[in-house]
Design a protein around this ligand. Structure first.
Ligand code: ATP
Length: 328
């Protein structure tokens, strides 16, 4: 491995997600294993500009693999979007003798790092951390699996009350641009219908499906709605529509919100974070830069930042068909 990198900085950026701490731990320990110094950068690019750094050794990341959120805190930085802001960040990194970076975040964070790399030729590797799973080049982002489990558990609980009162629930889940969460939890929690940003199922079909469900003797119905569903109505508007068109249903709404981001990471996310952290550090030590570490066909693979940022993560449309068959 290369000797030119002696100190690596690690930070979390954008929205937090479960598994970020496990990834920080992995980066810190991989550095210790390879006898490279590691520095934690607080509050993403904000902290980089302010020089808010802390030395990290193998013991400083004990007890965090099972913690949600991020001990390094996260932030969105307007200043880093400017040339002047990035110049300040570069000066701070130089002053602290940091030679390379591992960024844990979403596509915005990768875009920032890519621009920084172009301007200063600063070695950087990325680890995708976001519950939405909306990044090209990896089948799973950190936190996605945990979020699926959190949401399925919440819908199971909603189902208990829905079936006790013969109610219809619209449950809003995260997913402004992609329907990964909605689609998977919809199938996993046995939803009647799943509304996603990728496909407009239409209001007529929704009503028809709900009527069929009622006629077939079902005691409750759950419709999972991604925040950005293509019908273009939010859960409250959908409730009003069904209220106005189907008197036979007592309709309720549940918006799951930020609870979807929290909680201890699943075993899958902890293992993925551990693998990704090691790969990111070893990549840097081998002279790689400007790549995102991802998972494809259960293998850790790297994708150039520009492809990861530009590419579109595709949902599994087969799940929509499976859902239709399951809600017969
Ligand atoms: P999430 O998926 O949770 O939104 P993200 O990493 O996409 O995470 P963003 O807010 O888009 O979150 O980006 C995080 C930070 O990355 C921004 O606050 C900004 O500091 C930096 N960043 C994003 N885009 C750019 C850009 N074009 N140039 C420079 N910096 C950028």
């Amino acid at each position: 491995m290369s000797n030119s990198i002696k100190k690596i900085g690690v930070f979390t950026s954008g929205g937090d997600s479960p598994g970020m701490n496990a990834a920080v731990r992995s980066v810190v320990r991989a550095c210790a294993f390879h006898s490279v110094e590691c520095v934690g950068i607080y509050r993403g690019y904000e902290g980089m500009i302010d020089g808010d750094f802390t030395p990290m050794d193998a013991r400083s990341v004990k007890g965090i693999i099972n913690k949600g959120g991020t001990i390094l805190k996260s932030a969105r930085s307007k200043e880093f979007r400017t040339k002047e802001g990035r110049a300040k960040a570069y000066e701070q990194l130089k002053k602290a003798n940091i030679d390379a970076l591992v960024v844990i975040g979403g596509d915005g964070s990768f875009t920032g790092s890519m621009i920084f790399n172009q301007e200063y030729n600063f070695p950087v590797m990325g680890i995708p951390g976001t519950i939405d799973n909306d990044i090209f080049g990896t089948s799973h982002t950190l936190g996605y699996d945990t979020a699926l489990n959190t949401v399925v558990e919440a819908i199971d609980k909603i189902r208990d009350t829905a079936s006790s009162h013969n109610r219809l629930f619209f449950v809003e889940v995260m997913g402004r641009d992609v329907g990964h969460i909605a689609l998977n939890v919809g199938v996993g929690a046995g939803a009647e219908e799943i509304l996603i940003p990728e496909e407009d199922l239409g209001l007529d079909r929704l009503l028809e499906s709900l009527r069929r469900s009622k006629q077939s003797g079902k005691s409750s119905s759950i419709v999972v709605v991604a925040e950005g569903d293509k019908i273009g109505k939010n859960v409250f508007e959908l409730k009003d529509y069904v209220d106005a068109n189907m008197a036979e249903y007592e309709v309720r709404v549940s918006v799951l919100g930020h609870m979807q981001r929290g909680g201890p990471p699943s075993c899958f996310d902890r293992v993925l974070a551990s693998r990704m952290g090691v790969r990111a550090v070893e990549g840097l030590l081998n002279g790689e830069s400007n790549y995102m570490v991802g998972l494809r066909n259960d293998k850790i693979q790297i994708t150039p930042f520009d492809q990861a940022v530009k590419g579109k993560s595709k949902i599994n449309m087969e799940l929509l068909r499976v859902s239709d068959i399951m809600s017969v």
